[in-house]
Design a protein around this ligand. Structure first.
Ligand SMILES: C=C1C[C@]23C[C@@]1(O)CC[C@H]2[C@@]12CCC[C@@](C)(C(=O)O1)[C@H]2[C@@H]3C(=O)O
Ligand SMILES: O=C(O)CCC(=O)C(=O)O
Ligand SMILES: [Fe+2]
Length: 364
């Protein structure tokens, strides 16, 4: 089992922060899930207030307004001979980009999505059998960041680290093998892709072969997590949120957005920008550990997920990290360090206590 589990054991959550709403049983948005006039929604710690225009405050989504369509998130063909440079540039400017020609078979996405839907369409009391334990890292439940907000999110998740067999056997005693096989294969393919992307990033940073080898060796023991996200249809999507604004903690996130958009990123001056899916592509975003490693050159992008009135959106996020005891600090060749070096375990502990303030707390 991944050693990230050990880290989460030290920061147990309260059961009411783990148990999602029984979305199948509600016909309106309960007060516990109404975010429209709630202060929690302003990621003031992430953007300075002058970059956060009044017009964006408190606005979740307005079904009649098309979100900012103009800025376009880079789409990078991984077979292009200049792909490494493009990846480096995208990490600096956007902190998020799409990749095409990534070599993963289309069928794998269909399989992982169909298994995720099979799981989330189970009755609530069945899903509860695989509920994440208070000090646990894996299983069914609300997003780990839930305790930081006074309102709950229109979201349920299922976290996998390595084998999913223990939870799957509880959910489908006679029919769990397929779920496990698909999740195993997906994690295997994602690990290889994360490695490839990390190598491109190292190249784009101009690291010597020796430095690249060292970094790749550390990353080959990556600690990772696979998160199945479910955003059930919502009777009033303008009043609630799927996932509240956040940055991802680890190095890189590889996101498969299924058949509908919903991800938005916060960009300086532009506000929330909808991340439209490009056919056959995967969406990659920079996480906090990469932000630190790159000395703040690569941006850990603030993002959120909105929900739909009639569509049940599912997304699959793979988080690629580093072993909990590895030390992450800014690369010396990227100038005077702007962040102090610390272990992954220490950083995740800070994240568990301070969420989005963690990055600024380690700033030098
Ligand atoms: C490795 C992980 C990253 C994550 C916590 C987790 O254990 C698995 C779920 C991940 C997720 C997904 C939604 C947003 C987020 C902040 C959260 O609450 O759970 C991320 C976590 C993270 O990046 O810190
Ligand atoms: O569902 C999405 O589009 C975003 C998911 C996400 O941000 C996450 O899992 O961390
Ligand atoms: Fe995220």
């Amino acid at each position: 089992m991944s050693n990230l589990c050990e880290v989460y054991r030290k920061t147990p959550l309260k059961p009411h922060h783990i148990i999602p709403l029984d979305f199948q049983s509600v016909e309106s948005v309960p007060d516990s899930h109404v975010w429209s006039d709630c202060d929690d929604y302003n990621p003031t710690e992430i953007l300075n207030s002058h970059l956060w225009p009044e017009s964006h405050k408190f606005r979740i989504q307005d079904e009649h307004i098309v979100p900012n369509e103009h800025p376009s998130i880079p789409i990078i063909d991984l077979t292009d001979s200049n792909a490494a440079d493009y990846v480096g540039q995208a990490c600096q400017t956007w902190g998020i980009f799409h990749v095409t020609n990534h070599g993963l078979p289309l069928g794998l996405f269909e399989d992982v999505e169909s298994e995720a839907r099979r799981l989330f369409s189970l009755p609530s009391q069945q899903k509860m059998k695989a509920l994440r334990s208070p000090g646990g890292a894996t299983g069914y439940g609300s997003a780990r960041m839930a305790p930081f907000f006074s309102k709950s999110m229109w979201h349920e998740g299922f976290t996998i680290m390595g084998s999913s067999v223990d939870h799957a056997r509880v959910l489908w005693p006679n029919d769990y093998k397929r779920f496990c096989e698909v999740m195993d294969e997906y994690q295997k393919q994602m690990k290889a892709l994360a490695h490839k992307l990390f190598l491109m990033i190292l190249k784009s940073m101009g690291l010597s072969e020796e430095e690249q080898n060292w970094a790749l060796m550390v990353q080959s023991n990556e600690s990772n997590a696979l998160q199945l996200n479910s955003y059930p249809p919502c009777p009033d999507p303008t009043r609630t949120v799927g996932l509240a604004p956040h940055t991802d903690s680890l190095l890189l996130t590889i996101l498969h957005q299924s058949d509908s958009d919903g991800l938005e990123v916060l960009q300086d001056g532009a506000g929330w920008v909808r991340v439209h899916r490009a056919p056959g592509s995967l969406t990659i975003n920079v996480g906090d550990l990469m932000h630190v490693f790159s000395n703040g050159k690569f941006k850990s992008v603030c993002h959120r997920a909105v929900v739909k009135r009639t569509h049940h959106r599912v997304s699959i996020a793979y988080f690629s990290g580093l072993p909990a005891d590895s030390v992450v600090g800014p690369l010396s060749k990227l100038g005077p360090p702007r962040y102090r070096a610390l272990t992954v375990e220490e950083y995740l502990g800070m994240k568990a206590q301070h969420l989005d303030r963690a990055l600024s707390l380690i700033r030098i």
